[in-house]
Write a protein that binds this ligand. Sequence first.
Ligand code: X8Z
Ligand code: ZN
Length: 714
Amino acid sequence: MKPVRALLALSITAAVVGLAACDRAPTPGTDRGATPAAATAPEDETADQFIARVNAELKAMYPQMTAAQWLSSTYIIDDSKLLAAAANERYLSQLNSWIEQAKRFEGQEMSPQTARSIQLLKLGTSMPAPTDPAKLAELTRIAADMEGMYGAGEYCTGEGEARNCRQLGALEDVLRNSRDYDEQLEAWRGWHTISKPMRDDYTRFVELVNLGADEMGFADAGEMWRSGYDMSPVEIAAETDRLWTQVKPLYEDLHCYTRTRLAAEYGEDKAQVAGGMLPAHLLGNMWQQDWGNLWDIVVPYENAGKLDITSALESRYQQIHAQKLAQHTGDRSPSSLANIEHEAQEAAARQMTKRAEDFYTSLGLQKLPESYWENTQFIKPRDRDVVCHASAWDMNMEGDVRTKMCIKPNEEDFTTIYHELGHLYYDLAYNKQPPLFQAGAHDGFHEAIGDTIVLAMTPKYLESIGLVDAQQQSEQALINAQMRMALAKVSFLPFGLMIDRWRWGVFDGSIAPDQYNAAWWDLKAKYQGVAPVEARGEEFFDAGAKYHVPGNTPYTRYFLAHVLQFQFYKSLCDAAGYTGPLHECSFYGNKAAGAKLQAMLDKGASQPWQSTLEELTGGGKMDASAVLEYFAPLQDWLKQQNEGQTCGWQASADASPAKPAAAPAADANTKPKADAAADADAAAKPKADANADTDTDADKAKTEAKPAGEAERG
Ligand code: X8Z
Ligand code: ZN
């Protein structure tokens, strides 16, 4: 995610405002000649003048915020965390002041643009902060600490000479490459040790943001997060239920087939946990959100085109490395060899990024500015801890855009680069808008841009860039290509949903701190049908092992993006004049598609997302039909493969005492909580569902539970 976006779209990260999942906040007044933000408003100021002033002050303070955040994410030490927390504190305090100042315009006549700006201002952070200075400082410190803990997290074994410490990247490599059951279990378990110490911090964090949300007039921070969608919090929650109901059968088909193939690899007993759930450590991904690394296990047709992008990228890296070795004759000391290796990794990462940029420029979009290539973090530095989780940054709202990644030559990182550049092209496009409109139409739009391009990375496109060999044109090759995409996109859907189901429950108090872990695994079971192979009691804090929890990045955006990207893709294919089957369309090189995309990006958050969606697709509703259309051949194939199998899973109701709700908390402003939750829940309830459903109990618990911040508020 990215900075300013957060502003409006509630993105953000650890701390700061509006920044995107990747960034943070500002400081008034700067040595660059900016005007200090006003603590109070001029008396005769009109609403239009107020918004013009906020826009100017925001833009002026923004670079100091992003600079501090960038430093703390690319150089994790106590000093940088302190500076990031301070910058965030200044921003959040200024935001509270602006929100207070805006109150005097309530009920007054003003232009629609100004009214929208004020509405967006009130959602200017995903970390609503209490106005009490001590509590605000405590909040920003906790946020910086948690993100630092995640970025520097490592799992160590052995003593003395035998001591071996591994960070996330090395542990992910095990899940990606090893097929040894125990080795994978150790890597998975090891990473989940890093979040144990976050539990108390997170509990306090929840109390503090709920206090902030309360002061801003929201029932809790989750309700505030759900308020950024140009519809009521209850409506957007029901929308997510509706979309999930559309795609759930497809996920279940993939789940069933994957379980069969895991059984062939590991044996019936080891390939499933009680109730038919998939073991969390065997899905090739630390969080079971992308099953792309299972390719060797689930490949439909061995000899029908593998699309082995990872091998192709690895061999490119090897070529670059060999060239660099040949150039550096002479010194062959270990440190010199390590330098050469590092240079080769950087060069390979830059080459992958150039390739991604080429897709965008082929559509007629601009080249990335020179400063992008100078300022970006492409690979993991060797001399310090950084937050490796990929992010895109708009540093100053006028062209200083960057990405921060720890790129390795594999397919997942390759497609993530396309994802991140999507954020940057959005930033660059809406930089012409006033700062408060510099955000995605909603946050799911921001996440969907680069992924739309990824859908257009068809086998033919990959062949055209020399990444894979000439592709067969056969039914089998088609199923292989669809499987490759489904492992990334379909497997993600329930994960995209469950994270905020958990956080919404945590924020509204229906998941109490002493149930954090049980509720986490109940939701993983319910939505994803995955489970740990051993007890994960409350001594763990497994949610904290996923970046977006300590980083405080809302996650519903990714679920929405995984639906929207198929709608965008279909529309861009239409714009390109394509008439064949949806899954074969690539609009690479098509300027008409590019113009359509650019027009959407240019709008930013200047109008309700429904209008922006309508201008692009002809309809103003999110809809998963395009997902189903795209995957229709694979879904037919999966159904054949699954014939005779008992599909589905039983999410054991007695696995833990916590029974979290599927449904979100209700909008206190529009409906009694219990009713609204029940509505959304009804929408979520699957027909003839094999999965255990604990909603009724959960809803009951929800209406009875006290919000986490209640004691403080009282
Ligand atoms: O966090 C991200 C991006 C940055 S916005 C790398 N994503 C989610 C994740 O990694 O969990 C992209 C897909 C989902
Ligand atoms: Zn993103």
